[in-house]
Design a protein around this ligand. Structure first.
Ligand SMILES: [Zn+2]
Ligand SMILES: [Zn+2]
Length: 429
């Protein structure tokens, strides 16, 4: 592989890493009945926005793309990649990052074999189709009671609205594309139809706010998360996330990124040792306006020096077995040149890859109580959807196209605003 180098990615020499911005993880006592036996992360999807196999590469009698043909012909192929999505399994709770176009397929191929039948919270990175278009199917992982309505017919009463963490811009987009979900989430009466019902919490998405970023405890899960605003085709912002399972098992998740803003880089470097970095890598070397290449992702690996790095969002020029071999060789070369390199593994993620992470220690005296940690963790702004009935201006941003970057079109020209209730997202490639 030839190396490219993005200026400004040098790890500062002699950098002292201190944990300073994120509040301590809440204390945990397994005696409270929580099940930590499955704690870890599960890759629900790892592919480009079109997913793999890329339809254009297989729906032809002359199809010749070996990666896509393998993905199409071999159901267990690691080249078969759904839209990027990650499940965080924490103390018996399931926190899902993103629900893209392929969520339904991913639920069958990945969640079901892992006995994941419910979601306890949802984190949304941004509002492109490959991050949110599967939200309609989330209803099948929610629980509802079935009260009888005044007309004698059964209704749907959600047991709980799904806590959902997102930026205002993503909420604006959802309010247009999924207005019936917003309406159901606002309802005070049982629903006539089964609809996804969400409880929205807003996160800051201004990179210049770093290090003052949104840090919050995901409702009902004990997981403390910080949202990381990154460029996804500047000036469009996507949220990454970071969270820790234990004092030395921190995960940094950057699924859709063209550049990590300088202040956000510094924030990540201040977090302390990173156990796992999950990072975007769309092509080997071919530049893309809204995603980094695998070569650029490797530069971030050298910068952040996680113990293990996993790549996601790959197009079919990155074939699993071929890339695995080359990445192993790259790491061998880097380690032979730098004996102090902390990185022990670099690999392509694949749909269904599960990485166990340790439970917090029992009754750790250095830990804090959940309530105390939550007090220190600034909460995101809850959206009181009920107050916004009939106030579209609160949920929509007028005079501005919703959820698109000027760079999202080949001509770099803005698209017209998405029409209410029927519009399509601009393509994410
Ligand atoms: Zn292909
Ligand atoms: Zn995107």
């Amino acid at each position: 592989m030839t190396e490219t180098h993005r200026p400004g990615l040098e790890r500062p020499p002699g950098l002292t890493i201190t944990r300073q911005h994120v509040p301590p993880r809440p204390a945990h006592d397994a005696a409270d009945g929580e099940d930590c036996s499955t704690d870890g992360i599960l890759f629900v999807g790892t592919g480009v926005s079109s997913a793999l196999p890329h339809l254009e590469h297989v729906l032809s009698p002359n199809a010749s793309c070996p990666t896509c043909l393998d993905a199409a012909n071999n159901p267990s192929s690691r080249n078969r990649r759904n839209n990027v999505s990650l499940l965080i399994m924490h103390r018996g709770k399931n926190i899902l990052i993103d629900v893209g176009k392929t969520f339904r397929d991913a639920a069958i191929r990945v969640l079901r074999p892992n006995a994941i039948y419910k979601i306890d919270a949802l984190l949304l990175t941004h509002c492109h189709a490959d991050a949110v278009m599967g939200i309609d199917d989330v209803r099948d992982l929610q629980r509802y009671e079935r009260p009888i309505g005044p007309d004698g017919k059964k209704r749907y009463l959600p047991v709980e609205k799904l806590p959902t963490y997102l930026s205002q811009k993503t909420l604006d987009s959802l309010s247009k594309q999924f207005h019936y979900i917003i309406k159901a989430s606002q309802a005070t009466e049982p629903l006539e139809r089964k609809v996804t019902v969400l409880d929205f919490h807003l996160l800051k998405d201004d990179p210049s706010a770093a290090p003052d970023l949104s840090t919050f405890e995901v409702k009902g899960t004990g997981l403390v998360v910080t949202a990381l605003p990154v460029w996804h085709g500047k000036p469009y912002v996507c949220l990454g996330f970071t969270f820790a399972f234990d004092s030395d098992e921190r995960v940094v998740y950057l699924s859709d990124v063209s550049e990590v803003p300088h202040d956000v880089r510094d924030f990540i470097l201040s977090l302390g040792p990173i156990k796992i970095l999950v990072i975007d890598a769309i092509h080997w070397e071919k530049q893309h306006f809204s995603h980094i290449t695998l070569q650029e992702a490797l530069q971030y690996v050298l910068l952040f020096q996680p113990e293990e790095a996993y790549f996601v969002g790959m197009m079919c020029d990155i074939e699993h077995d071929d890339a695995t071999e080359k990445l192993n060789q790259w790491l061998d070369d880097e380690r032979s040149n730098n004996s102090e390199l902390n990185v022990k593994k670099v690999a392509l993620a694949y749909d269904g890859l599960k990485i166990p992470l340790r439970c917090p220690p029992l009754n750790n005296p250095s830990s804090t109580t959940t309530a105390a940690a939550a007090q220190r963790a600034p909460s995101p702004v809850p959206v009181d959807a009920l107050k916004r009935v009939g106030q579209p201006s609160a949920l929509q941003t007028p005079h501005r196209p919703i959820c698109q970057s000027p760079g999202e079109t080949p001509e770099n020209t803005p698209l017209p605003p998405v029409p209410l209730g029927g519009g399509k997202e601009p393509p994410d490639r």
